[in-house]
Design a protein around this ligand. Sequence first.
Ligand code: B3K
Ligand code: ZN
Length: 893
Amino acid sequence: AVTHYRKDYSTPNHRIDRTLLEFDLDAESTLVKSRLDFSPWHLQQAEGLPIVLDGEDLQLECVTLDGKLLDESLYQQTDTQLIIPNAPKQGTLEIAVRIRPSGNTRLEGLYMSNGNFFTQCEAQGFRRITYFPDRPDVLSRFTVTLRADQAAYPVTLSNGNLIDSQKLPDGKHRTVWEDPFPKPAYLFALVAGQFVCQEESITKSNGQPALLQVWVEPGNLDKTDFAMQSLKHAIEWDRQRFGLDLDLDRFMIVATADFNMGAMENKGLNIFNTKFVFANPQLATDIDFENVESVVGHEYFHNWTGNRVTCRDWFQLSLKEGLTVFRDQEFSADMLAKGLDAQQAASARAVKRIDDVKVLRAAQFPEDAGPMAHPIRPDSYQEINNFYTVTVYEKGAEVIRMQHTLLGEEQFQRGMRIYFDRHDGQAATCEDFVAAMETALQEIKPDQDLKQFRHWYSQAGTPNVSASWHYKADESELVLTLKQSCAPTPGQAEKPAFHIPVRIGLVSNTGLDLPLQLKSPKNALSGDILNFTETEQVFVFQGVAKGTVPSLFRGFSAPVQVRAEYSLEELVFLARHDNDPFNRWDAGQQVFTQAIFEIYQSSGDTSGKLVQAANLMMADLLEDPSLSDGFRALAIALPSENTLFELFDGLVDPVALHFARQTLREYLAACNQGPLLKLYQARATHTERYEYNAVAAGKRALKNASLAYLTVDEPGQSLARSQFLSADNMTDRLGALNLLAHNAEDAQSELDQFFNMFQKEALALDKWFMTQATTPASHPAGNPLERIQALLKHPAFNLKNPNRARSVLAAFAMQNPSVFHQHTGVGYQLWASLVIELNAINPQVAGRMARALDRWSKLTPSLQTQARAALEKINAHDGLSPDVHEIISKALG
Ligand code: B3K
Ligand code: ZN
């Protein structure tokens, strides 16, 4: 396996100033002709440097240089490149290749989905379309001609503006597209086939109109309203909050059922997984609506952060991804808060923040602690597709958020303007971004810099922060000691201290925030942000009343694992009184976590003091009318099994952990049945029509969170059965179905009804598969693995479709720990054989699925033995893709 290193970056020899592409689209054999105008990268550069083009699985027809056909002695062709040695500094290259889209199951390059053509070029798919310098620092102006059969492929789209459209004699037609903006090849896209669109015209800030279109396969126009609305909101929001306007006359979104990822920000022609476009109340849950809005926003925001300024090389991926995730998170938060009063708005924002942090803790913290740990700006990779990770994306967003915290909104926006002034139209680096922010910071705080802050870009691993404090009654001082450390990660044994922004509050025993008066060190406090920069630091606060409890990392101000010396009483106090909703939620989660661990370590005993405290806290939460429904739904929900697995100090048996969590759930349900029922019923009897907004979604969330407790036994299960039947929306219907399928002895009739109702709706069927694939080991009818094996044989199952594959395989191996980790090892064996099967079909998706055992070294010894056997089975397979090979070999260490 070849490893690529960030330090090896060198500039290419040539620019490609213009790129003309011509496609004769045919499922079995598409002819791709290109005409590339090249010039020297450095003006002073010598003659005779080679032109280096990437290409894979291409059938080369001919190469012409400045009009002269090159015979084979004048170029070198390998499996991955076409090299023209001794090339002139400047000239025109013409290349013709043939490709076979119908055989492309990898879904990278040009492929077919349901008879239509799509492309996916990021990161390195363009090289599967034609020979080209397939690297993000080569920006070119593209003009694209598409020729296709008119009847089979009436709609043909590419990036930019439609400049010509004609019928051709032989039943074919032709369109010509010109993208006014230079772009790297990974932003190229084409789509061709049978589509219909919803469209709307808007007016840009400069008074010019722009056409917005959402294209889908016929029959799906009843699912596009919300995506269109989200797009308009995103455009408006980027204008308002970032001062960034749409730079195109035409902005298109096209949905496909076969897509490796969520969506792709190709210039002016975003291609989306249907999962992040389709939304109507019957088919999409509140979470789906939220995801559609955020992904539509995300791809749109890439138009500036990603496309106008792109990445110099793929090690800089977080430059666009971390920043764009930060932007989409802020967009969603602003949308959720829109139109609410101040208190409701704060609560809606907190709910969004909690949701985002849950993802980070459940998925990114394990990544940072496992064999794939990497800095948000990696130093090396074998397969770049494996580095579209929660670290690069979500931790990357946290690193941007910390800069936002340190600078404040106004200076952060100033930093954004500096960034665009310096780098618009360029391929930039993470360093360029931080340098722009540093300039903005120093405009207001000339004595500060981001030197130490840059460690967040270069160092992997989640920092551990331990916090302890004592009160000096005589001086009315609270002395807070913070210590930070970061465990070794692959290739990084020791790490200098991080610059960690700690948003802090001091909560007095009456529940009020005290004013912050920092005595020492001088200047470490800015507003409510403590700058924590040393391995160990002591902070002394003055004027502190007795009984005051510090609230640390409010709003999750840094992506760290905190161990604070709270007593149980203090945690319960914060869960009741912290004025920061994030920390209030977090304190409660810590109480639940400790209670579950207490049960886990006592083999099921619920009489311990942590369980008792959790129960009292639960009773309080259920009765507290001052909390919003959305917040309360999160506050009463137990931490996920993946989060608990990570938090436990020592080796874990996920099956026993599941049962411990289940025991607490049953105990809390039994003790609080009355209030739970009251909460449920107050929200179940409403009759208003479904609407997606923070308040309505919060209400449904609390209703379903209450039902989740109530369904531990029959009376609650009857409620779920009637909710399933009477639901007028997918949130309530699927919520009930999930609970029945996971808890009731028999949910076959509901599962059958759901199947019959939605058998023509692929995304709803994915949910049907997923519900069953996540049935836990505690299910009363026993052995859910048999059900999963049956799902794999179901006529509607299809490993080639990534959404369907994920709905069973990822659901079972990553979201169903008690079945996946069953002690016999059969779960691991099933996973291994599916990864091997998928490896041959779609290496990129197989690479994702291959990560299910990343954290196997945290399993109990006998499970480790089973896990190793499964990993070795995959490793021994002939013909492993680089994607799967990298993951498995790193896991085996
Ligand atoms: N930029 C795309 C990522 C596609 C990568 C495929 N290997 C999605 C996004 O972050 O918007
Ligand atoms: Zn992105």
